[in-house]
Write a protein that binds this ligand. Structure first.
Ligand SMILES: *Cc1c(COP(=O)(O)O)cnc(C)c1O
Length: 426
């Protein structure tokens, strides 16, 4: 089957080309700061799991705006919700009550272990909120003067100064020092390292106040957390009063086949954060906490845009659609199907691939460390064949399609990937 055998939805004539002149990458680069290494295509239109670039080429989208477009592109429920909301009221400020924000918070609380929610606009910002809450908790409840937060090697928590410090990868920190004090790094899935750090970091006024972890490391190579590790982490936190903070920015909101990543680990966090998929691609962030939610008092933390009517309405539409269309079930089934297909490819090319791993619809395929081929090489080859993928580090290819992906589209992605691998002539 080729991409051409699937029906292409007809293009409404008025939106056939929003651009009056052809897209010019050099012109773009002359005006936009060069913080990204961009792939050489410009996307113009989408529907479901398909995207079209400015040249009219069609792609199967297994990136979903990096695990963000939960309902794919141009989903009727999302269009309806944001259209209605913007016609009524899109922004007012948290100076006033925002009913849509309250409804979204209520949905999150009813579908998670959280007692209260704070809204912001991105993953990094949600993690900043969690770090601030943990520090205030340390000062006012645990009586720690210099609180330390433990995070993992190969983690990713965002690009603000506090969150690059929390991120246990030197490449994101280089040349941005002085970094934020109060962070210490340990290997992921290694309970002994946590126990040692908790014991060692205990001098006078300095102590471990919180542990910040991803339930599954996304950017760091799609590495799932181990059950036993997280059970022990929970126990250590219960015994000591240390807060367990989970960064659910990439895996939350159904991506793993459960609403929250921690549900795969048999534990509940004290604080967790969400962003990427929460409003299906409309910017939003959220920080959820349990029990000690009163640590933050009026004036302690704020966001101008956070939880505005527009973003909240979008997230409610995503939440309702996940529920009404039983999308979590699709995530579980399509995830198993995809891993089976990727494992078959890995078995066929054992010199190229070492492992396929993931939960639900966040999956990674790891390349052999001994060969020169990188994840970017594979991503580029797949793009040439009409399949969009995203690297998770230099050796892992990440598959994070919209959660509405069909069985046929999963099969097609596997086929196109195999064609792409064949073109690499290895
Ligand atoms: C993407 C990501 C972030 C950062 O989110 P932004 O919205 O880009 O600030 C933080 N943590 C994890 C786990 C992520 O995947």
């Amino acid at each position: 089957m080729s991409l051409d055998t699937l029906p292409i939805p007809s293009i409404p004539t008025e939106s056939a080309s929003a651009m009056s002149t052809p897209f010019d990458a050099a012109d773009f680069d002359a005006s936009v700061m060069s913080t990204y290494g961009r792939f050489p295509i410009a996307l113009e239109r989408g529907e479901g799991c398909r995207l079209w670039d400015t040249e009219g080429r069609e792609y199967l989208d297994f990136v979903a705006g990096i695990a963000t477009c939960t309902l794919g592109h141009a989903h009727p429920a999302l269009i309806e919700a944001v259209t209605q909301q913007i016609q009524k009221l899109h922004h007012v400020s948290n100076l006033y009550y925002i009913p849509e924000q309250g409804a979204l918070a209520k949905w999150i609380i009813e579908h998670s272990c959280a007692d209260r929610v704070f809204f912001c606009n991105s993953g990094a910002e949600a993690n900043e909120g969690a770090i601030k809450l943990a520090r205030k908790y340390a000062h006012t409840v645990l009586d720690i003067e210099k609180p330390v937060i433990l995070t993992a090697h190969a983690s990713f928590h965002g690009r603000t100064l506090a969150t690059i410090t929390a991120t246990g990868q030197p490449k994101y920190q280089k040349n941005f020092d002085p970094l934020m004090p109060g962070f210490h790094y340990v290997p992921y899935n290694d309970i002994k390292a946590i126990e040692n750090a908790v014991t060692d970091i205990d001098e006078g006024n300095q102590r471990v106040a919180a542990i910040l972890m991803e339930p599954l490391q996304g950017e760091g190579g799609v590495r799932p957390g181990e059950l036993e590790y997280f059970l022990r982490l929970r126990k250590i936190c219960d015994d000591t009063g240390i807060l367990l903070i989970l960064d659910e920015v990439q895996v939350g909101m159904g991506r793993t086949g459960k609403y929250w990543g921690y549900e795969n680990l048999g534990i509940e966090p004290d604080i967790f954060t969400s962003a990427k998929g929460l409003a299906g691609g409309i910017p939003i962030g959220a920080m959820m906490c349990k029990k000690f939610c009163d640590v933050f008092q009026p004036g302690d933390h704020a966001s101008t845009f956070g939880g505005n009517p527009f973003a909240s309405a979008a997230a409610i539409a995503v939440a309702q659609t996940l529920e009404q269309e039983n999308i979590l079930h699709n995530v579980q089934e399509r995830g198993e199907q995809l891993r089976a297909r990727l494992r078959a490819i890995a078995t066929k090319y054992p010199h190229l691939f070492t492992e396929v791993r993931g939960w639900g619809l966040i999956n990674g395929m790891e390349l052999n460390a001994d060969i020169e081929l990188t994840s970017v090489d594979v991503v580029k080859a797949a793009m040439e064949q009409g399949l969009l993928l995203v690297p998770a580090g230099p050796k892992v290819i990440r598959f994070v399609p919209p959660l509405i992906v069909s069985a046929q589209e999963v099969d097609q992605a596997a086929q196109v990937l195999e064609q792409a691998i064949a073109t690499l002539a290895l």
